[in-house]
Design a protein around this ligand. Structure first.
Ligand SMILES: O=C(O)C(=O)C[C@]1(C(=O)O)C=C[C@@H](O)C=C1
Length: 302
């Protein structure tokens, strides 16, 4: 079993992948240049021996839309392939995130011109960065560890990076002791995506026994179209914990809707009721793409 993740080593994705690799005895961790690449490489492996460990949501900045869109499109495309075990979100993990400022020795903070990081990390620190470096450019790069690597390699004291403590140490940078995120309690949820059912992880506390993630395509454009589509979920007594709309890409005013629904695990009645809801949605001509039905763990303190 191998796990693809957003590299280089030292990203939060790498730390999340390492934490899960121990429980799932994954022998190989492979760094990828982008989140899309990590997902695509997992989907390209039809043998079922690959996993992708990717961020799906951050408590400050919201969904990682790139992940959701890539996973949804890959699953939708694969549905036509017969005899293929479908890829799904198998588990999710909430990881506490501390973003630190990393810099070269003798850096004068008042002369800093560029702050590098992953766009999600910059978004998590935007207020603090604005206060500390009001004139600096915030430059998005592929990952937080990539930002640390760039500052280390550039040997330019006008640049700093926002990244994990581990990334800064890996690339030999100094670290400002205070975390830079704008809100305490910053958490990112990572998903493990793959084709093989994986065992539960005993060392983590369970946040939700079963979250079902769906994408609804083709919700009708009439008054009450969305309300009517969501009503069967409420009527069946399921808790809807996330609704997000995303553009389809080639038309204004047409959206797909991502939903998370919490259901009771190992409860046949709940499973049957949920399948009925999906059937009802399909009868309304809504295309339901199942992204996964999975436990969510709390990976803090690991
Ligand atoms: O750049 C990294 O370190 C990543 O793993 C990506 C990522 C993200 O996409 O949200 C992961 C966790 C943090 O929220 C910031 C960045």
């Amino acid at each position: 079993m191998q796990i693809y993740y957003l590299g280089p080593e030292g990203t939060f994705s790498h730390q999340a992948a390492e934490t899960c690799a121990a429980s799932w005895r994954a022998e190989q961790l492979t760094a990828c240049p982008t989140i899309v690449d990590a997902i695509t490489r997992m989907f390209d492996d039809k043998t079922g021996n690959s996993l992708a460990c990717v961020p799906i949501e951050n408590s400050i900045d919201g969904s990682v839309t790139q992940t959701w869109d890539t996973v949804m499109r890959s699953i939708a495309v694969e549905r036509v392939e017969e005899n293929l075990v479908p890829a799904r979100i198998l588990s999710a993990f909430n990881f506490p995130i501390h973003q630190y400022l990393h810099y070269l020795e003798h850096t004068d903070f008042s002369a800093v011109e560029t702050v590098y990081s992953h766009p999600k990390a910059l978004a998590q620190c935007q207020v603090n960065l604005g206060k500390r470096f009001p004139k600096a450019q915030l430059v998005s790069v592929n990952s937080t560890a990539e930002a640390a690597r760039m500052v280390a390699n550039a040997n330019d004291k006008r640049c700093v990076a926002i990244a994990s403590q581990q990334a800064g140490e890996r690339f030999g940078l100094l670290r400002h002791p205070e975390p830079m995120e704008d809100q305490a309690g910053n958490v990112t949820r990572f998903a493990m995506i793959g084709r093989q059912e994986m065992p539960g992880i005993q060392s983590f506390a369970v946040v939700s026994e079963r979250v079902v993630s769906l994408c609804l395509r083709g919700v009708g454009h009439q008054p009450g179209g969305l309300v009517g589509t969501l009503a069967p979920i409420a009527e069946a007594g399921f808790n809807l914990t996330r609704v997000e709309s995303r553009p389809v890409g080639n038309q204004f005013g047409i959206y797909v809707f991502y939903l998370d629904v919490t259901i009771t695990a190992n409860d046949e009645r709940a499973e049957r009721a949920f399948n009925q809801v999906v059937e009802e949605l399909r009868q309304r001509q809504v295309d339901v793409v199942l992204l996964g039905a999975y436990p969510v763990y709390d990976a803090s303190g690991v």
